[in-house]
Write a protein that binds this ligand. Structure first.
Ligand code: PEP
Length: 251
């Protein structure tokens, strides 16, 4: 079974100007581990270039929070993979629940975006997760199955392990309500099982993160679950000391 290197990603959402991003990195980078977990920061588009420059001498990588599936075209307000690559960006969050909820991001678009990111050389961090009423009505398994099957439909089996999946129950995002370690493990094991249905090799290698109100004091227990390969962190990643403590918890 391949060793899966833990990954901790900071999703800053629509927070931090360029100057604030620089200040964060000046404080965080000296605390970033020289070995162990991979660390990715995902700033807003305007801070990507400065983040890439600041992280260049470190192991910390930079990812965007969204992209369009086409390389170019008449898509006002959008940004493409080649544009991100030109900046030195390594990856991209796709299908975050806030994009699904507020901007109509659909599985139909994601099944084009994920392979577009992969074929251009960006590491996709694909977010999936159920909302509160879906969990309450026992639909979690069906929702995760539908999202995984649809969003990865156009990814070849031998590329599946190049995708990072983040299980992010919508009811836990930005709410301070965290999934229990058992709930996170159960959902992530289910996702790994879905990948196994396509490729045993990919299921053993693919990294699946937990996201939803991860904080310094709950990170270690969540990340230590056998199928949990790290965390996608929103609110707590805005503070360099808190984010460093979460990265430490993954070490
Ligand atoms: C997120 O935005 O991906 C997230 C998990 O946010 P938070 O940690 O604030 O719940």
């Amino acid at each position: 079974m391949p060793d899966r290197v833990p990954l901790v990603a900071a999703n800053w959402k629509m927070h931090k100007t360029i100057e604030e991003s620089e200040r964060f990195l000046a404080e965080f980078l000296p605390k970033a581990p020289a070995s162990g977990p991979e660390v990715v920061v995902c700033p807003p588009f305007l801070s990507l270039k400065t983040a890439v420059e600041h992280c260049a001498q470190s192991r910390v990588r930079v990812a965007a929070q969204n992209m369009h599936e086409e390389a170019e075209g008449a898509f006002t307000g959008e940004v493409s993979a080649p544009m991100l690559l030109e900046l030195g960006v390594d990856g991209v969050i796709l299908g975050h629940s806030e994009r699904r909820q507020h901007f109509g991001e659909s599985d139909g678009a994601l099944c084009r975006k994920v392979p577009a990111a992969l074929s251009s050389g960006l590491e996709p961090i694909l977010c999936v997760g159920e909302n509160e009423s879906q969990r309450d009505s026992d639909e979690t398994e069906g929702i995760l199955t539908r999202q995984i099957e649809a969003d990865l439909a156009n990814v070849a089996d031998d590329r599946l392990s190049d995708v990072v999946i983040a299980y992010e129950p919508v009811w836990a995002i930005g709410t301070g309500r965290t999934a229990t370690p058992e709930q996170a493990q159960e959902a992530i094991a289910l996702i790994r099982g879905l990948i196994e249905g396509r490729s045993g090799e990919a299921a053993a290698a693919i990294r699946i993160l937990y996201g939803g109100s991860v904080k310094p004091d709950n990170a270690a227990e969540l990340i230590s679950q056998p199928d949990v390969d790290g965390a996608l962190v929103g609110g707590a990643s805005l503070d360099p000391a808190d984010f460093a403590a979460i990265v430490d918890a993954a070490s």
